[in-house]
Design a protein around this ligand. Structure first.
Ligand code: BYC
Length: 331
């Protein structure tokens, strides 16, 4: 299995001869559906790809607070405001669990955050689109959190223990987020003609970027084969995208809204909704930093980080004081 993964990932370290027994044990554990824990042996490439995926996931949660955070002060009622506030706080919590899970692989949170702030690390393309109206908050909850759930439920069975365990709670919270989004869409779709139009406009703008969240098509996915071999990913990008489309199309019909895809058609024989061509050039541009909000998102994050410097300093001073007191007590 490892040899297979190495072939799929030319960047992987060649295993040391003396590690053969450890490697065999690692492979057997993965094959047996046992969890790999932080102190267990793991191939360097497994550690690297997990650090990459988990940290990108953490960054996505943290940057993902911005498009919705922009609407907290403009929510149309106290109930809507309380739910949105809770959702954005949940996303911050997800980011923190995920940074903690990534740290168990040996890279510090400071280093991971630096990679985000310097623009070196990726985060999900979806958060580089603007939230123009209140209906966008509904569309994000319904589609973006819906896509996140579809992608993350299988991650609860990821071979790496800390990531799999973090995902269980994250998925429960995402499920509440998806419902609050769908309920906003339902309210708008059953409201005035103007409100229904707002919901339709939000769906038109968020549909295709939501499909891009699942990553490049399988043929162009650099990491999928390796990650599936190691049971980090359980489904390919295209498989999850198809599951999402199949689950979401009937929900759009229930809302009485039209999906912005003239090629969308139900394939009776296969039992799947077939969708039109995704604009992968747009995806590439957004991932490369040229989406509508990339610069703004990073600038806002950098400012928040600088504004929070005093908290980190205070925490460090407190930790040093406590360590000194412990040393004094032990002497
Ligand atoms: N945006 O070989 P591939 C959330 C990158 S939900 C930007 O297929 P992999 C939230 C990919 O990283 C969103 N970049 O990669 C929801 C790789 O780049 P590098 C976050 C993308 O890892 C609601 C390259 O393209 N969810 O946070 O096998 C509210 C090749 O791709 C994207 C997760 O992170 C993209 N859409 O599969 C608030 C879930 N797609 O590293 C917050 C966990 C791909 O080679 N992650 N790339 O430079 C995953 O499941 C997988 O990492 C992916 C990609 C399916 C995303």
């Amino acid at each position: 299995m490892y040899t297979q993964a190495l072939n799929a990932n030319p960047d992987a370290d060649a295993p040391q001869l003396e590690d053969a027994a450890l490697l065999a044990r690692f492979e057997a554990r993965v094959a047996d559906e046992a969890r790999i824990e932080p102190n267990d042996f793991m191939p360097a490439a497994y550690r690297r790809t997990l650090t990459r995926q988990i940290s990108q996931h953490a960054h996505s949660e943290i940057i993902g607070m911005q498009p919705e955070g922009n609407w907290i002060t403009r929510a149309p009622s106290l109930r809507r405001k309380a739910a949105l506030l809770a959702k954005v706080q949940d996303e911050c919590g997800h980011g923190l669990y995920l940074y903690a899970a990534a740290e168990t692989l040996g890279t510090s949170r400071e280093e991971l955050v630096d990679q985000l702030l310097s623009g070196k690390a990726k985060y999900s393309s979806i958060f580089n689109y603007p939230t123009q109206t209140w209906a966008d908050i509904g569309a994000i909850g319904w589609l973006v959190d819906g896509a996140a759930i579809m992608n993350q439920i299988p991650l609860c069975r990821c071979s790496y223990g800390p990531y799999a365990r973090a995902m269980i709670r994250v998925c429960k919270e995402e499920s509440f987020h998806q419902r609050q989004g769908y309920e906003i869409m339902l309210t708008l779709a059953r409201g005035s003609a103007e409100q229904k139009e707002m919901a339709q406009d939000a769906l038109n703008r968020w549909w295709w970027p939501s499909l891009m969240m699942f990553g490049p098509p399988d043929a162009a996915s650099a990491h999928s084969d390796t990650s599936m071999c190691w049971k980090i990913k359980r489904f390919s990008n295209d498989e999850l995208r198809q599951k999402f489309v199949d689950a979401t199309v009937p929900q759009a019909h229930f809302l009485g809204l039209t999906l912005p895809d003239p090629d969308l058609v139900f394939d009776e024989a296969a039992g799947h909704w077939r969708y039109g061509t995704i604009d992968w050039e747009e995806f590439k541009q957004v991932v490369a930093g040229n989406g509508p909000c990339n610069r703004d998102r990073l600038a806002t994050r950098r400012k928040a980080h600088e504004d929070g410097a005093w908290v980190r300093e205070a925490a460090r001073a407190f930790a040093e004081k406590r360590a000194a007191a412990k040393t004094a007590a032990a002497a």
